[in-house]
Design a protein around this ligand. Structure first.
Ligand SMILES: [Cu+2]
Length: 137
């Protein structure tokens, strides 16, 4: 009889392994970083839920691309939350449009005609997703 009881307990424990782990006692390894898509335009940024990411993997205030005035800069939204591309600084006389709210899968493209440095942020996360730059030569 004792042996039978042990078997029953083992079955219960084994069944528990396949269920959720609210106590966090059985952590699984973190998932690999997501593979990001290709933004539209000549060069651009991926937008994920905590960062603008440039074509070299740099994020937010370290993210920067350099283009010539005839090139198109694109953004591809691959996060789950609403984000914007909102310029906080542009060269004198330059025009840069705001993307408005972007959802997952949305794209945004700008051709920036005036040389200089353009700085943008996300207006829905202005303290965490900020100071990414575009340099137009
Ligand atoms: Cu945002």
């Amino acid at each position: 009889m004792k042996k039978l009881m042990m078997s029953a307990a083992t079955v219960v424990l084994a069944a528990g392994c396949g269920e959720s782990d609210p106590a966090g006692t059985n952590p699984s390894p973190p998932p690999p970083p997501p593979t990001l898509g290709t933004p539209p335009g000549d060069v651009g940024f991926n937008i994920i839920d905590d960062a603008f990411v440039d074509d070299q993997g740099r994020r937010n205030d370290e993210a920067s691309v350099t283009v010539t005035a005839s090139q198109m800069v694109g953004w591809l939204h691959e996060g789950a939350n609403v984000h914007t591309v909102s310029f906080t600084s542009v060269p004198a006389g330059a025009i840069a449009n705001d993307s408005g709210n972007m959802d997952n899968g949305a794209t945004f493209v700008q051709t920036l005609a005036t040389p200089g440095t353009y700085v943008f942020r996300c207006d829905t996360h202005p303290t965490t997703m900020l100071d990414a730059t575009i340099i137009v030569n």
